[in-house]
Structure formats: C-alpha cells, structure tokens
Design a protein around this ligand. Sequence first.
Ligand SMILES: C[S@@+](CC[C@H](N)C(=O)[O-])C[C@H]1O[C@@H](n2cnc3c(N)ncnc32)[C@H](O)[C@@H]1O
Length: 358
Amino acid sequence: MVFILHREPTQQEVISYSYLHFTTFFTFKVAATAKAMKQVHKFTESYDDDKTKLHKSPACKNDECVDCSDDTCPNFCKRQECPPECKKDCKNQLSRAKPKSVPFFIGEAGSKGRGLYAKTNISRDDRILYFTGEVISKEECLKRMEKYEGEGVEHSYLFECGKFVCDSTKHGNAGKFANNSCNANMHAVQWKIHNTNRSYRGVVFTAARDIKKGEELTIRYNFDCDPSVKRVCLCGELNCTGTMNKIAQSSKRNIKEEDHKKNGTTSKKRRVESSGASGKKKEKTSTFQSIGAYVHSTKVPKNEKKKYKNYLTNFLIRSQCKLEELGNPREALIRREDLHQKAISSEAVNIPSVRVAY
Ligand SMILES: C[S@@+](CC[C@H](N)C(=O)[O-])C[C@H]1O[C@@H](n2cnc3c(N)ncnc32)[C@H](O)[C@@H]1O
C-alpha cells in the first residue's frame, strides 16, 4: 500500500518560493524573510538532482553573519550545511552534532511505539535533528515496501524527499522515531548535508513553534492515500482528526467550522481574534515549510514481534555506537540510559510512562 505524504501549505506572512523540481510529488515551498529576499534567487537551485554528486558547500564568508543560524548565512539560506572549516561559532553543523548536545531523546509513546521527546526547551525554527536514511528511487521504494510488508515491519520509515525516498528502516538515525500529530511541533525541511555520500543525505526537522522540555516531537505525516484505508491517529491532540490520512481541503474546512461552532466563534470574530489592531497577525509562523514522505502500512505477525524488537534494539545500539565512535555496544547502551534517566528525572519533565528506548 502506498501513501504519499503531502505537507499542507502553512499560512506565511512572507513570500514563498516553489521548487519546480519537486512538483512530481508536491510543491515544496521555502519561505524567505524580507531580509533574505535579496538572496531569493538562490532558492531556484534544486535539491541536487544528481544523486551521485557529493555535495560540498563553501564556508560562510559573510561578515554580517554571526553563527550561521539565520538567513544572513548563504548556506543557511540555501538550506545546506556549512563545512567543518566554517566559522568558529558556526551552528550550521547539524550532521556533526555531538550526541550529548542533541536536544531530544527516544522514549516509549504508548500504542504509537517509540517516539522522540524534547530534552530541553527548543525555540521556534531551531533545527532539531537531521533525518537520514538510504536515498532510494521511487521504484526501489515500492519494492522495499513489499519486502518490509513480507518481513512484518510494523512501522514505516520511508520518507519522501523530492524525487527520492529516504529509507531509514535499516540505516537511519533517531529521526525515524518522530510520530505523527495533528498539532505537530516540527517541520521537515530538506537540507543538504555537507560532503556526505548519496546514501545519507538528510532532511532536517525544525521546530515549528517553541517547544517545552519533555514535549513529544512530532511531524504531520498527512498520508495521501486511498481514503477508504483509514490510518488511525493516536496523537490525542484536541484537534485530532482521528486519522493520519491527508484530509481534503473541503472536509478540513468543515472540521474547522464544526470546531468553531462548538467553541461559539464566528468567522468574523475569529478574524478579529487572530489579528492585532493593525490587522497584522499576532503570532509569527515558522519560516520553514515541511516536505513529505512515503509510508507503507504493515502489521507485524505476533510470532515476528519479538524478532523485530530485537532487531530494532540491536540497530539502535549499533547506530549509537557509531555515533559515539565507541567500540563497545554495552558501554554505549549504559551511557545512553544514564543520559535519558537524567533527562527524565530532572524537574519540569512530565512524560507519563516513558521508558527509555536505549
Ligand atoms: C516513522 S515511524 C515513527 C516511529 C514509530 N512510532 C516507532 O516506534 O518506530 C511511523 C509509524 O509510527 C506509528 N505512528 C506514528 N504516529 C502515530 C500516530 N499519531 N498514531 C498512530 N500511530 C502512529 C505508525 O505505525 C507509523 O507507521
């Protein structure tokens, strides 16, 4: 079963630009702030269609740029990582982030399986993690979907990324644990990772709003699939539509109208509420827009569940070892558990029944 994830365009105060190269699946829009408008022509570059090319970005030489974390940095502006030899304070080094500095951890998310949680407070537009996986073609993706169905892989880890699909099922990082929410606090943004080989090009998850320590980190999958196949959403948000499927614009409007009727708000009242005296919006939306994913639907046969769980645990330990460049998986596991326990036990974190994943 094929699901195509589409990101619904969010309301942007600023001008947005479409990547023509992505129109096969969706229109990928990148918002540019007024300040960055001068550089908007740079967005016309595609997300490196030649997947065999290694991507190398130049170091940021803009004197106005302080730490490469906003559009004053030409690399940030082009949604690409700076090289290691960039400025001393460069913050556009996501793929080289030290495991201890990452602002998230993996925990149990009830019936959804595992999930990602914020380890610290995170500000809007902060880049949280980069999602990696094997970059595969659409055709290969379809083959793998069948394969994974056969293997009984319960969850789907195939993320559509422009012309390609990023498959994190067997080779990926913590990004694969981001669950769906109808009130998602992250966007998935394409980001070129400097000097990586084609198998590990990334998508970056950025904060769509300010996020509090302990909150689950989620994205909106918006599966575009046969409407008769309902993918039940268990996000538990007040505005939960009950499904992870893409919702048609018309039915979305109806749902919103129903919500507002319940709350006793009229459309005029809502306009006034959402506007300041000058008619300007009170709250700024994120400067990023999300991209989408392919997902497959599978159910793990009961006798396979244990096998899959073992596989997943081993995978996590292995990848963690790789990250920390440790030779000893046991040591990595202990370290990680310790780190998570500390994050959970510290004040202000209240995640019900969270068990540390690894
Ligand atoms: C990319 S994985 C997310 C990580 C997954 N929870 C795990 O434990 O590996 C996507 C899968 O998680 C599950 N999932 C994510 N969000 C969900 C939600 N809101 N409700 C129900 N299931 C969800 C679905 O099985 C989906 O195919």
